[in-house]
Design a protein around this ligand. Structure first.
Ligand SMILES: Cc1cc2nc3c(=O)[nH]c(=O)nc-3n(C[C@H](O)[C@H](O)[C@H](O)COP(=O)(O)OP(=O)(O)OC[C@H]3O[C@@H](n4cnc5c(N)ncnc54)[C@H](O)[C@@H]3O)c2cc1C
Length: 612
């Protein structure tokens, strides 16, 4: 075991982690540990854009952006956070421009902007051009730009190091630490892929920036590595996860594959059609049609298919039509995604419509933070020195449905804020001692998994997990489908406890790490499903067919999921479910997902019916 000491340790080298590192490495000794080489992070796969009310091509202002974000999130957004994000968006874009990011330009040389779903002028009057972009490679450009700046600033990177545990000075998982008591972070434990060696990083501040968890689903736009590690690590250490039942399904995944075709395709004029050639979004969102927010478009598409108007031999997808656009325009603005259609489906987008269907895309929920990036351990207390930013976090600017281009913005605005907060805290805070035997939990888990001579195959369990989530916890949900899903997830957890890996070696044992990632996925899936069962209403990305309306009286509140012994009373507990709708208990001896709530911060915009 090796031990390292840094003032600030950032876990994750995507957009959020590197944006934080740029702030903190100038101020304190900072390390970034990442399971991937930084430029392979999923931020690099982002296509369409990053929004800011620059008003470069059309009249716009941050107040409209805030309103759109709140309405898009179906009023579950914390409005103080959304206001900060919209106000700081302009500087976030200009910061990147000064770092050298090659944004597309208007003929006058300004940063160009394109349309994206749910972004409107004057509170819904018409779609507005708010997304700054670099063709359909915006995330790639952001990631490369931030990495170059980090290299220039000599940030210490530990690449291909897997963080497997978070060290706190109190054990929160028992539920016995009282409210108000100070809890501090002490560091993290990581596993070095190349050697199999364990590294303990002692730190005054830790920033979690590990990205999303899309791999709980089979059909997803997310990379293989998006396994919710940071969320699960925090959750296992007794920290709550917020609003995990809200998962975004992006309307336009390549049918049958889930590979993403950016909403930029519709922003540039693409139209969704059913098998009859009808532009069906005119029926569902008469004002902004194909540029309605993603939850509405995804649901409308799924509905077209259910009602028999799907295209293709099995009538199981709809069509994204770009054929009316000038091929030169397509080549200039959408070069990569049209190439995906050619490569993966053999479709020529100049002349043929592209088969598309919703694909699991984005976790609205995550590790709860305040607007400074500090992680909450209940509705009010923070863990001192612990921060989170990016898709792993829930601040909550996306509420129950994120607007396209607001995530690249979120990672820049709140990555920067978390980096500053972490560095400022570390500059003055005293050191805390590492717990005795800091790596024991990780080592035990690794050795147990390695030691099992034979057992269930990890890939089988993962496939079945993803399949049940796709079938039962997707765009449409019911108590019945979710109860089935929960039983499946728990049965898979039991099988997982008997799983073994084929590779027993130490060097580059990706087999072993995938096994650990599957453990994280199972935990996250259970939290998603329990939250979805409890939320007996429909809001944003969470649609319950048995409760098709939004219920502000009952559910205008954030969900806080804690891993605790069943029956533990948590801060601000969730109301008990009505008779007949109780959430089934876990197996005896298992820790339960215990639900609490947190109030939504509403400053200006009172909830209204959501129409587009
Ligand atoms: C295909 C696609 C297209 C998208 N397009 C857009 C778009 O146009 N506009 C928009 O706003 N949003 C878009 N999004 C969403 C957006 O890209 C992501 O939400 C955002 O980039 C996440 O950034 P992040 O820094 O939080 O995480 P990531 O970029 O995913 O980085 C996570 C980092 O954490 C590290 N990590 C994870 N687990 C561990 C561990 N256990 N130990 C150590 N390190 C770990 C990884 O190595 C990686 O460096 C898109 C997403 C996808 C999938």
């Amino acid at each position: 075991m090796q031990t390292h000491q840094f003032d600030v340790v950032i876990v994750g080298a995507g957009g959020a982690g590197m944006r934080a590192a740029l702030e903190s490495s100038g101020r304190t000794r900072t390390a970034v540990i990442s399971k991937l080489y930084p430029t392979r992070s999923h931020t690099g796969a982002a296509q369409g854009g990053m929004c800011a009310a620059l008003g470069n091509v059309e009249d716009d202002n941050p107040e409209w952006h805030t309103f759109d974000t709140v309405k898009g999130g179906d009023y579950l957004v914390d409005q103080d956070a959304a206001t900060i994000m919209a106000n700081e968006a302009i500087d976030a874009v200009l910061d990147l421009e000064r770092m050298g990011l090659p944004f597309n330009r208007t003929p006058e040389g300004r940063i160009d902007q394109r349309r994206f779903g749910g972004h409107t002028r004057n509170h819904g009057e018409a779609a507005v051009r708010r997304a700054c972009y670099a063709a359909d490679r915006t995330g790639h450009m952001i990631l490369q730009t931030l990495y170059q700046q980090c290299v220039k600033q000599e940030v210490a990177f530990f690449n291909e190091f897997y963080c497997l545990d978070l060290l706190l000075d109190h054990d929160l998982s028992s539920g016995e630490v009282s409210d108000g008591q100070e809890v501090r972070v002490a560091g993290v434990v990581a596993y070095e892929l190349a050697t199999g060696e364990i590294h303990v990083f002692r730190a005054k501040s830790v920033v979690l920036a590990t990205g999303g968890a899309g791999k709980i689903y089979k059909t997803t736009s997310n990379a293989h590595t998006l396994t919710g590690d940071g969320m699960a690590i925090a959750y296992r250490r007794g920290l709550p996860l917020e609003d995990m039942e809200f998962f975004q399904f992006h309307p336009t995944g390549l049918a049958g594959l889930g590979i993403l075709l950016s909403e930029a395709a519709r922003g540039e004029g693409g139209i969704l059609r059913n098998a009859d050639g009808e532009r069906f979004m005119e029926r569902y969102a008469p004002t902004i049609k194909d540029l309605a927010p993603r939850d509405i478009v995804a649901r409308s598409m799924a509905n077209e298919v259910r009602e028999g108007r799907g295209a293709g031999p099995n009538k199981d997808y709809v069509l994204l039509d770009l054929t009316h656009l000038d091929p030169a325009h397509i080549d200039a603005k959408l070069p990569d995604i049209t190439e995906f259609a050619r490569t993966y489906l053999g479709i020529e987008p100049y002349t043929e419509p592209v088969p598309v269907y919703p694909t699991a895309h984005y976790a609205m929920g995550g590790v709860p933070t305040n607007v400074e990036g500090e992680v909450l351990r209940n509705t009010t207390d923070v863990v001192r020195g612990l921060y989170a930013a990016g898709e792993v976090a829930c601040v909550s600017v996306h509420g129950s449905n994120r607007l396209g281009t607001n995530s690249l913005l979120d990672i820049n605005v709140f990555g920067k804020r978390a980096g500053i907060s972490a560095a400022e805290f570390a500059a003055t805070a005293p050191w805390v001692d590492l717990p005795e035997n800091p790596s024991s939990l990780v080592v035990d888990e690794l050795e147990e998994m390695r030691a099992r001579p034979q057992g269930e195959r990890i890939s089988d369990i993962r496939r079945e997990l993803q399949q049940t989530m796709d079938t039962n916890a997707q765009v449409f949900r019911t108590a019945e489908s979710l109860t089935t899903c929960l039983a499946d997830v728990r049965a898979l957890r039991e099988r997982y406890s008997r799983a073994s890996v084929q590779d027993k070696g130490r060097a580059f044992n990706t087999d072993l790490l995938e096994a650990l990632e599957l453990g994280f996925l199972i935990d996250i899936a259970e939290v998603v499903v329990v939250g979805a069962l409890n939320r007996r209403e429909s809001r944003g990305g969470h649609f319950r067919e048995d409760y098709p309306n939004r219920d502000d009286a009952g559910f205008m509140e954030h969900t806080m999921a804690y891993r605790r012994p069943a029956g533990t009373v948590v801060d601000s507990p969730a109301a008990p479910a009505p008779a007949g709708e109780e959430i089934p208990d876990p197996a005896p001896g298992e820790l339960a997902v215990v639900l609490g709530t947190k109030p939504v911060v509403t400053t200006v915009y009172q909830p209204m019916e959501r129409k587009y």
